[in-house]
Write a protein that binds this ligand. Structure first.
Ligand code: UD1
Ligand code: UDP
Length: 381
């Protein structure tokens, strides 16, 4: 039940004076990002309506984040589930539109680059509701990635572009987006890493449960469509990780998409024999795994940055990355699947390469800055 921040009761009288933000989320990284922003919105006395599309529905990809990170239960759960891009995005669009139409908020807030992001932005812009995009301006310049299409379209439909870095702002400027829409606030994932880092150290027992010694193992995650749906890339990546596991224990919390792909290609048994394969883990366990790793090898956008936040070198298992500043400063190095047979040698070289101190992601106050800007916007006529 909504409690009015003005009179501390559920009421309709004050409702008109309190800004309402409708947050659209649906996939794992969005729960992490929204956890810190949602907290800041509550502190700023904004009313938030959470709309969960149901894109991710397994407890390990969804409910665990609500339980651990203090995210309020969704006000609307659309239960969309998995499917081809068009069908999944279309079903989301239809249902988000109905929810927004029934009770139009002052602003619609979307995160990142998933199908849930695009559906939320499209539904809102067609109802003439202001759209705010957190993590605006990221580009891989690879239009074959579903995420690239989602983020470009979302940025161009948005009224408020919350960019995490200088590079993101430059990308938006280059595409002609008006200066008045750009707000460089830093990266909300840094806020989350700072906010939950100590809690992960204090509460997670993941290292003890799996007999892992800090500083000795490699942590890996693989889930990108380009790596899982192409059997050659999938095979090359897991062969490379298997070779790396001859030198260091390799821990792999496995996304269900990747589990399905490995099963389909007959590679799961070999992966389980070579690596410590885990089900997807909750955020606190993931942060502890990251902080204890000697090296991280991933195709995840979020995990690349978290490696840097926790001071761990990272190999990105892709042809390109959106987070180019980390490559420039030596924290990250690309190791595409075509090079995966050289993973042990690339990992050894990267561990000894120089790394320069940089601070491209702000100062951990991105969520508060977003809440302040949304408060101002929601009070404008
Ligand atoms: C989605 C996002 C991706 C993001 C990732 C975060 C898009 C296009 N992709 O990719 O940008 O990095 O989330 O993890 O939005 N599945 C389950 N259980 C679930 C959810 C999915 O088993 O709870 C399986 C289904 O077989 C499904 C497959 O995973 O078909 C892919 O799920 P989907 O949400 O389409 O894409 P992700 O790969 O998770
Ligand atoms: N994550 C997690 N458990 C896992 C894998 C990832 O909690 O088993 C967290 C990770 O710490 C980061 C976010 O999920 O905060 C990244 O999500 P993902 O890699 O699925 O998506 P991407 O960032 O690539 O869009």
């Amino acid at each position: 039940m909504w409690s009015c921040p003005l009179c501390a009761r559920p009421c309709t009288r004050c409702a008109a004076e309190v800004g309402t933000v409708a947050t659209i989320l649906g996939a794992r990284p969005q729960f992490v990002k929204a956890a810190v922003v949602s907290r800041a919105l509550r502190t700023a006395d904004l009313r938030e309506v959470l709309i969960h599309t149901g894109q991710h529905y397994d407890d390990a990809l969804s409910q665990v984040f609500f339980d651990e990170l203090g995210l309020p239960a969704p006000d609307h759960h659309l239960g969309i589930g998995s499917g081809p891009h068009g069908a999944q995005t279309g079903r989301m669009l239809e249902q988000i539109e109905a929810v927004l139409q029934a009770a139009p908020p002052d602003v619609v807030l979307v995160y990142g680059d998933t199908n849930s992001t695009l559906a939320g932005a499209l539904a809102a812009v067609k109802l003439h509701l202001p759209v705010a995009h957190v993590e605006a301006g990221l580009r891989s310049f690879n239009r074959r990635m579903p995420e690239e299409v989602n983020r470009v379209l979302t940025d161009h439909a948005s009224d408020l572009l919350f960019a995490p870095t200088d590079t993101a702002v430059e990308n938006l400027r280059r595409e002609g987006l008006p200066e008045a829409r750009l707000h460089q606030v830093g990266d909300v994932m840094l806020d989350a890493a700072q906010h939950f880092g100590a809690r992960a150290e204090a509460h997670s027992t993941v290292l003890e449960r799996h007999g892992l010694t800090p500083g000795t193992y490699v942590l890996t995650t693989v889930h990108r469509a380009e790596n899982t749906e192409d059997p050659n890339r999938l095979r090359a990546l897991f062969a490379g990780l298997g070779a790396l596991a001859q030198e260091h224990p390799v821990v792999c919390p496995l996304h269900p998409r990747t589990r399905h792909a490995l099963t389909r290609e007959g590679l799961l048994e070999a992966a389980e024999a070579a690596l410590t394969v885990l089900p997807p883990v909750g955020y606190l366990d993931m942060v502890r795994l990251e902080r204890g790793a000697r090296l991280i090898a991933t195709d995840s956008g979020g995990v690349q940055k978290e490696a840097f936040f926790h001071g761990v070198p990272c190999l990105t298992l892709r042809d390109e990355t959106e987070w180019t500043e980390l490559v420039g400063a030596g924290w990250n190095r690309l190791c595409p699947p075509s090079d995966a047979h050289r993973l042990p040698e690339v990992a050894a070289a990267h561990l000894h390469a120089p790394r320069h101190p940089i601070a491209p992601y702000g100062d951990g106050t991105a969520a508060d800055q977003i809440a302040q800007i949304l408060t101002k916007v929601s009070r404008e006529p």
